[in-house]
Each structure stands twice: as C-alpha cells, then as structure tokens.
Write a protein that binds this ligand. Sequence first.
Ligand code: DGY
Length: 382
Amino acid sequence: MSNNEKWKVYNPRGDRRVVVTKELPGERWLEILMQAGCRVDVFTSTEILSTEEISSAIGERCSGAIGQLTEVWGDELFSVLEKAGGSAYSNYAVGYNNLDIGAATRHGICVGNTPGVLTETTAEMAVALTFSAARRVVEADRFMREGRYHGWLPTLLLGELLYGKTVGVIGAGRIGAAYARMMVEGHRMDLVYYDLYRNSNLEEDIAAYADFLKSRGEQPVTCRRMERIEDVLRVADLVSLHPVLDETTRHLIDAGRLELMKKNAILINASRGPLIDEEALVKHCRNNPDFRAGLDVFEDEPDLKPGLIDLDNVVIVPHLGSATIWTRQSMAILAAGNVAGILSGYPVWKRESVLPFLEDNPPEAAPSIVNSEEMGIPEYAG
Ligand code: DGY
C-alpha cells in the first residue's frame, strides 16, 4: 500500500485543510473540525511518519495540523506549514518536548496541547505501576502462567508494604500532585516532594487530612517540601517522577542519584523516558535485586536499553499513562478545539478547567494555546 492510500479524507469540500497524522479516538473531534469548515486528512496507519512524509502531507495548501509526541515538529515542519498557509498546530498530548515552540512562533503558528484531561488518568497509571512493582504483580502473573504455582508458601514472591511509609514526588504539578494525593490519602503515606515552586494547595489539603486523622486519634500524615532532589531520594521508600522534560531534567536520575536511594526503594516514571539514565538504571536494578522500578516511558522510545527486559524487578508498559477511553477521546476534542478555535479567530481559554469543552455548546475559544501571548491571541472574556 502506498502512503497516499493510507490517508483518509473527510469533508473533501472544506474551505480549509487540516492534516492529522494519526487516527484519534471518538467522533466528536472530527465533527469540531468539519463544523469549522475544514477538510480533514487523516493518516490511518500506525506507522510513525517521518518529517519528510509529514512535509509532503502538508503540501502546498494546509491551514492546520494535529501531530503526535512521536514526531519532531521543529523549524522544518513549522516552516512548511507556514508556507502552506497554516496558522494552527496542536500536539495530541499535554507534554510538548517534541516541539520547538520558538520556531512555531517565528513561523506564525499557534501551538496547542491537551492539559486537564490526563491528570488523574496518568496518576492512576503511576499508581498501577507502583503496586505492580511493590507487590511483584507481573512476576507473579508470569509464575502462574508458567505453571510454577504448587501451593501457598510463607516465602513466595514477597514484596514491599507501602502503607504508612514515605512517598517522594519529584515535580508536584498537576499529575505529580494527583499521584501524591492518591498515595497519601489512599495509603496514609507521608509525602516529601521536590519542585521549584511550592504547591500550597497540595500542602493545605494534606494538612487538612492530617487534622482529620488526628481528630480521630489516628497517626497524622505529613508533607514536606525538600530543598534538594537528593533529600527526597534519601528518605523516600517510593519515588515517582513528574517534572517536564527539558535540558535541566534530562538524566535527572543518574547512577549517582540512584545510589542515594534506599536499597529496597521503588522508582516510578510515567512522565518522560529521558528523565532517567536508563543504562544506569539497568545496572542499578541488576546489582540491587530488592530495588524495583515501574516504567511507562523510555529513553529511546520505542527501543529499550539492553538488559532492561531481562530484569524481574522492573515493570514496563508501553507509554499508556493517558490511555483510557475518556481521556484519549477528550484529548482529541481539545486538540481539534485548538486548531478549529485558532482557524475561527477565537480567543484562548486560559482557565483551570477545560471540561466545558467536552460538553454540548462549548465555549467559543481555543482550549489551550501554549504560545498565545507571543502570538498575541487575546484571552477569552465570555
Ligand atoms: C502526554 O500527553 O504528554 C502523554 O505522555 C501522552 O498522552
């Protein structure tokens, strides 16, 4: 099948043309674009398109695009989009480390992302990885399937109890804070966190929960913001990573920092793979069999560093943090809303909750444009 045959065109007579580099879940997103008068060209294969292939799909006439975190949208693609008459792009993701926002702005392209619908979903995946690692769920499943279960034993596949211990969170933004709440409120863990900014909401909520526990005569939970990442790593029984990936956070967890962690600690990453020096992690897990890791993301996705798949003390899943039906459909609606909103000349939303965009009669605004100020897009005032 040639690449041309892998594209499906909706509303071929639309006045504007929008290129979408993967099929997205749900139907609402497509309706949003078509109602905004767009012809929509969707790449229907699961293959990852190269920069050249995306350029050729944009062609000479294209108003906007929705792209994926597996694609590099930098000077080259934004320049092609500008030349084709484009002014809007949305990542189908909340993270945008695959984009050069400066280049987009220089080429007059407004760039959207999809925050606010992945928070609990991604935090839940981090929790799922946490308990899979702590209680050796994947190893145990394999053990059963291999027919090795011959009866209950006092010493069979022992893991770690997390209840009442200390959880460390690095990066206490939306997802990190949601994960922290789940572990503190659900499992009575004390929280230590590192972030450049204090998360006062999180601290106040945990203090209120601690008061509630005290009022019932129970041991209160605690919350401390640490000065340094090292302080978190030293004291936590479990550490989950939630910072954005940029040049300051690449290999944030390296061999030296792994050494600081408890020998039986658990490390979770559902953020971005390059936060961890994966080669160093493989070595560390090999040398410390009681140390465990749960990874949703990898340094060179989709490739894994040699040795990772041989380790029983590492649980790995294929970047599924946001993979629930509701979240992925909602992300599609927000991405389409970003592109349709900019092409319709709407202002930008800039409010905490994007949920109104998922309802009937959504606001006449683009839900989330990360370079709105640089592009001079006014804020929604309705
Ligand atoms: C994101 O949105 O950044 C996630 O990694 C994928 O959903």
